[in-house]
Design a binder for this molecule. Structure first.
Ligand code: SF4
Length: 343
């Protein structure tokens, strides 16, 4: 154990049950080895309810910690080692713009239900709660989109157009019934005529990491390594998901690798920290697991062991993440709808 590891572990021991550390799968091994719970967004959001710890340190990006802050019990403090570790995709859908666009769409006389991927700010989730919508993760997007479509005339899915299209493909929603909306100029460039006929309105956001995987990379790999399997996260484009042997949430990708037979060669199209961890975990079983392309999320990488140590050293004096009571109330409505529907 390095001196840094020892100091972090001794602080964890000092805080004992007063502290819980949660880490997203995309965190580096150096951070993940200090967490109490590792998971995807939904798994970690579900953990909050049962945590008695006074301090919860969330190693991930800001929207995840915000969900934890909204679901935390009174007096529980949610911290992040780096306040500036945001998700660029979440930043593509500012709450004020979402509300403007949603209002403009509803002025056409249709009941448009907002459905936000969890990779969105607490303010955006609050807009969803306020307007009868909800949130979803990559693991439950299909169930939640089906639910949202039953609540009104159309769904505004945001911010990830790729997850929206891939989920719509699972539900056999005709591409002619989908519209990627123009959100420029506070919604003044919306094509209202086309929007009237769409059942699924897609915010034009995407994850900079997953959007960089290409169908051609899969085709080249299959030519070079016959027999290789490819699995992809649904934040990848429709072309990548269609060309892959399977697609699903991080939990799906983890299970896929675990259940593959010995000797399997699997290329995974997602953030490379998770892929490298899977490669190490299953190497002894004779499985070769590797990234389709080595891509790391620079915002996830902002959380380091050094940053974690600094936060733990000053934890009792640290300012926890704080959301306005309105945002907590309405984002909780959206989050709890999802947790209830997917219970
Ligand atoms: S991997 Fe993509 S979706 Fe996840 S935090 Fe990074 S930018 Fe956001």
């Amino acid at each position: 154990m390095s001196p840094l590891d020892e100091r972090i572990e001794s602080l964890r021991a000092k805080f004992g049950t007063r502290l819980a550390i949660l880490g997203h799968h995309y965190q580096s091994d150096e951070v993940i080895r200090h967490v109490d719970f590792q998971g995807d967004s939904l798994e970690l959001a579900r953990k909050i309810d049962g945590l008695a710890a006074e301090h919860v340190v969330f190693c991930g990006v800001r929207f995840m910690a915000e969900s934890a802050a909204a679901l935390a019990r009174p007096g529980q403090k949610i911290h992040t080692p780096r306040a500036d570790a945001t998700c660029p995709m979440a930043d593509m859908a500012p709450a004020a713009r979402v509300e403007d666009v949603l209002t403009a769409l509803r002025e056409d006389g249709r009941l448009v239900i907002p459905l936000a991927y969890v990779n969105s700010s607490a303010e955006v989730k609050a807009v969803c709660g306020l307007y009868g919508g909800s949130v979803c993760t990559s693991a439950n997007a299909r169930v939640m989109l089906e639910w949202a479509l039953q609540q009104g005339d159309a769904v505004l899915f945001l911010p990830d157009k790729n997850l929206g299209h891939n989920t719509a493909n699972q539900l056999n929603i005709d591409p002619a019934e989908r519209l990627e909306i123009n959100i420029r100029d506070e919604g003044r460039r919306l094509d209202h005529k086309k929007a009237q006929y769409a059942r699924l309105l897609l915010w034009p956001g995407a994850c900079a990491i997953h959007h960089m995987f290409r169908k051609a990379q899969i085709q080249d790999l299959r030519r070079a390594r016959p027999g290789v399997r490819v699995v992809a996260h649904p934040e990848c484009s429709q072309g990548v998901v269609r060309a892959a042997d399977g697609a699903g949430s991080t939990s799906y990708l983890i299970k896929y690798c675990a259940s593959a037979p010995a000797g399997a060669k699997i290329a995974v199209a997602t953030e490379m920290n998770l892929v490298q961890r899977l490669a190490a975990r299953h190497k002894a079983e004779g499985k070769e697991i590797f990234p389709l392309k080595a891509l790391a999320c620079s915002n996830m990488a902002k959380t380091t062991e050094e940053g974690l140590l600094e936060l733990l050293t000053n934890l009792d004096a640290a300012t926890p993440l704080c959301l306005s009571p309105d945002v907590v109330e309405h984002s909780c409505v959206a989050l709890e709808r999802m947790l209830r529907i997917c219970a």
